[in-house]
Design a protein around this ligand. Sequence first.
Ligand SMILES: [Zn+2]
Length: 219
Amino acid sequence: MKDLAQVQAAVLAASKTMYKRGLVEGTAGNVSGRVGTDRVVVTPSSVGYEEMTLEDLVLVDLDGNTIEGSRSPTSEKALHLECYRAYPEVRGVVHCHATYASMFAAAQRPIPAGIDEFVIYIGGDVPCAEYRQSGSDELAAELAPHLQNRSAALMANHGMVCVGSSVEDALNSALIVEHNAEIMWGAELLGGVVALPEKAVTDFRNIYAFVRSDIWSTR
Ligand SMILES: [Zn+2]
C-alpha cells in the first residue's frame, strides 16, 4: 500500500498527464488518491495543471474535512469521497471532460462496449447517470451506484468519472474510455455498433469482477 508521499506524487503526475493528453481544458477535471483507509489526496480548486505542485494538493478525510494543505479542495470533492466511501477497493478517482466521452454524456447515452477487451478493463458499457448539478452532493449520490461493477460512468451533460485500484489505474481507465468513445462514435457513423455475443460479454464481465474483488485490494 502506498504512503502519503507516494499518493501525492501519483495524484500530481496523473493530473499533469490528464491535461497533456487533452482529457480536460483549463482547470476543469480533478484527481484523487486514497491514503490508508480513510484519508484522500485531492487536487485543489482553480489551479492550472502545468503550474500545479505537490504543495497545492489537499489531504482530506472521508467526511471532507481538510487535514493538510492551504488550498480549497476541488469543487467535486463530494463526488470523489462518495466513491471511496462506497467502494473500499477503490484507491484512485479521475474526473474529466474528455471530448468523445462528453459527447455521449451530452446526448445522455451510455458508451457501448463494442470492443471486447473493453469489457475486461471497464466491466461493460459505460452507464450514464442522471443529470445533477456540478459540485453537488446530489451528483455524488446519483453517480456512485453506477460504479458498483464498472470502472467508469458518465455524468449527464457533464463528463466522466473513473475509479481504479490506484490513481494510475483510474487515469488509464479514463484514457481507455475516451479511446473507446471515439471508436463507438465512428462506428455509429458507419451504420451502428454491432453488439458482442452475450457469452463474450458475460465471460469478460466475470474477469473484470474477479480482478476488482480479488486483485485490486492486493495492489
Ligand atoms: Zn467536471
